[in-house]
Design a protein around this ligand. Structure first.
Ligand SMILES: Cc1cc2nc3c(=O)[nH]c(=O)nc-3n(C[C@H](O)[C@H](O)[C@H](O)COP(=O)(O)O)c2cc1C
Length: 209
């Protein structure tokens, strides 16, 4: 399986980091196309103290993920490179995740007037009828944000807000974040088999989230 992960400049760089870790932990995920906005690199520096260089640098990304320096599992594409594989519908892949997704990127995709590789790849994912998972983060949402989310949902995107749940009683931030990451990966059939699911190990009464 191949898919694209885009990281934008919304708060929640840890969602991107742990999604990447979980994706590369799956043998069936042969390739992750990674696209980072410049703002994403700023937020990663602020929130995680990591310097990924502007636009993401392959070596810095491999170091960050604990991969060999020459690993090709994660292929970094420059956000200005509109000729990169995810920009074309003829390039086959399972879909795309945008986590976290800023309101700026959300609006550009919802308007259909995208201008960078993240916008283009998302547009292509929708037009090809592939899975587009958007993890928006802002508080509070204004009417424009909400309308853009509805527009994208109507166009086929799946909106998974960066609003973690607590019913699985997380003890750490990583556990809190990972539960949302599993919900993202579930969309591609990659959710951890033993992920805490209501009605299973929690012993719940069959209620759904
Ligand atoms: C530390 C930090 C946190 C931010 N958090 C958010 C956020 O949660 N949601 C959002 O929409 N924008 C947030 N922003 C603003 C975006 O980074 C900004 O709008 C940027 O232009 C988005 O560009 P991009 O969509 O190309 O990444 C944040 C910026 C910084 C520096």
């Amino acid at each position: 399986m191949e898919l694209t992960l885009a990281i934008t400049g919304a708060s929640g760089a840890i969602y991107a980091y742990r999604t990447l870790l979980r994706l590369i932990a799956h043998k069936e995920v042969e390739r992750v196309n990674l696209i980072m906005s410049d703002a994403a690199c700023i937020v990663a520096r602020v929130e995680l103290g990591v310097d990924l260089r502007e636009g993401g640098d392959a070596k810095a990304i491999n170091d960050w993920l604990g991969l060999d320096a020459n690993s090709k599992r994660v292929r970094v594409h420059r956000i200005k490179n509109l000729a990169a594989p995810p920009a074309s519908g003829s390039h086959l892949q399972a879909g795309m995740i945008i986590a976290p997704c800023s309101m700026g990127t959300l609006g550009a995709i919802a308007s259909g007037a995208g201008y960078n590789l993240i916008h283009r790849a998302a547009d292509v994912t929708l037009k090809e009828g592939r899975k587009l998972i958007i993890v928006p983060r802002e508080a509070p949402y204004n009417q424009i944000h909400l309308e853009n989310m509805l527009r994208l949902s109507n166009a086929g995107a799946r909106i998974i807000p960066a609003s973690p749940s607590f019913y699985h009683r997380p003890n750490t931030i990583d556990e809190l974040v990972d539960h949302l990451v599993f919900r993202i990966l579930d969309q591609f059939g990659l959710g951890k088999a033993q992920a805490s699911r209501w009605g299973q190990e929690s012993g719940g009464g069959g209620q759904q989230e």
